[in-house]
Design a protein around this ligand. Structure first.
Ligand code: NAP
Ligand code: ZN
Ligand code: ZN
Length: 347
């Protein structure tokens, strides 16, 4: 066992604060990573505040982890001490089911082990995330971080990056497609960068008029404020795809009306409460409503290599860990430019 320093939530209401715990021994197939940076995802906030239910306290959030390997188990093949490494939203899975065999471990049909607030495969040991000094992970669930990426700015690729890359690949979104990105936050700004790099025409659909210039700087071709009913009328029947990254309940029917015939809207945002979808929103022009969750290990590595090739990184605000509670409040006000990343040296 080895000591880890961390910041944890102790219940759904109180601010996060310092907490120490023990990581497991480095096993034969494990690597130990000294965490340098950890991104702050809205999913951290949903779980800290128990908005999805099932939160276990103390809860150490964080699933956008990058750092340096400090120890490797005797059978580790991919990594050596001193290598850069990343960990995303899960740290293990059953390895046997169809999804695991297809490299889609996030959809493991038996037991996908979340990086935090989850049970290990023993169904007893609770997992703790990346707002901590170090982590021990099986090498098969650890990613290689390309050297030409800025380390702090690459942390958000481990969740925001792969979550937006995966549907863009799954639905072959690229040149000739008009794509609407709903919500310009952590996921949204990565969706803009990746969809633009794939050659599609990108429109940001935002509730924040002040984000227009940023949206264009990030690579969007158009920007529309969704609070304005006139703009929305103009956008009817406009998009081949809509990628929805919104964290709070909102009207899906409104955005479905902006799809062309045979268009697809992909939900990535996970608001705690359901929103009704009218049958007519889909049947009138044979539209599709879909969802997608993060990405598997092979695709996450592919995404990291794609980002390295195209020089794509997250736009971040680097914060000390002591600012985390304030960062959550700003995230709730949609005031993030465009991902908070914690400098773990401040722990
Ligand atoms: P974020 O940085 O807080 O961004 C969310 C954005 O949504 C905000 O910046 C805002 O953009 C927009 N928004 C917020 N409240 C809204 C409302 N009431 N109506 C319309 N728009 C609103 O959050 P994030 O980290 O990108 O995460 C977004 C969601 O995705 C969360 O629910 C998170 O849990 C989920 N998530 C899902 C996956 C997955 O695998 N599917 C992975 C990671 C995260 P504007 O100011 O531009 O309107
Ligand atoms: Zn996340
Ligand atoms: Zn499985």
């Amino acid at each position: 066992m080895s000591q880890a320093k961390a910041y944890a939530a102790f219940d759904a209401e109180s601010p996060l604060g310092p907490w120490n715990f023990e990581r497991r021994e480095v096993g034969e197939h494990d690597v130990q990573i000294e965490i340098k940076y950890c991104g702050v995802c809205h999913s951290d906030l949903h779980q800290v505040r128990n908005e999805w239910g099932g939160s276990m306290y103390p809860l150490v959030p964080g699933h956008e982890i990058v750092g340096v390997i400090t120890k490797v188990g005797s059978k580790v093949k991919k990594f050596k001490e001193g290598d850069l490494a990343g960990v995303g939203c899960f740290v293990d899975s059953c390895r046997e089911c169809h999804s695991c065999k297809d490299g889609l471990e996030q959809y493991c049909e038996v037991h996908n082990v979340g990086t935090y607030n989850s049970y290990e495969r023993d169904n007893k040991t609770i997992t703790y995330g990346g707002y901590s000094s170090q982590i021990v992970v099986d090498e098969n669930y650890t990613l290689k971080i390309p050297k030409n990426l800025d380390l702090a700015r690459s942390a958000p690729l481990l969740c925001a990056g792969i979550t937006t890359y995966s549907p863009i690949m799954q639905w072959n979104i690229g040149a000739g497609h008009k794509v609407g990105i709903v919500g310009l936050g952590g996921l949204g700004h990565m969706a803009v960068k990746i969809a633009a790099a794939k050659g599609s025409e990108v429109t940001v659909l935002s509730t924040s008029p002040a984000k227009e210039q940023d949206a264009r700087d990030l690579g969007a071709h158009n920007f529309a404020v969704t609070k304005d009913p006139e703009t929305l009328k103009e956008l009817r029947n406009s998009f081949d795809f809509i990628i929805d990254t919104v964290s709070a309940p909102h009207d899906y029917n409104l955005y479905l009306s902006m799809l062309k015939r045979d268009g697809t809207m992909i939900l990535l945002g996970a608001p705690p409460e359901p929103s009704p979808v009218a049958g007519f929103s889909l049947i009138a022009r044979r539209k599709r409503l879909a969802g997608s969750m993060i990405g598997g290990i092979p695709e996450t590595q592919e995404m990291l290599d794609f980002c390295a090739e195209h020089n794509i990184m997250s736009d971040i605000e680097l914060i000390p860990i002591s600012d985390i509670n304030n960062a959550y409040e700003r995230m709730l006000r949609s005031d993030v430019k465009y991902r908070f990343v914690i400098d773990m040296a401040t722990l």
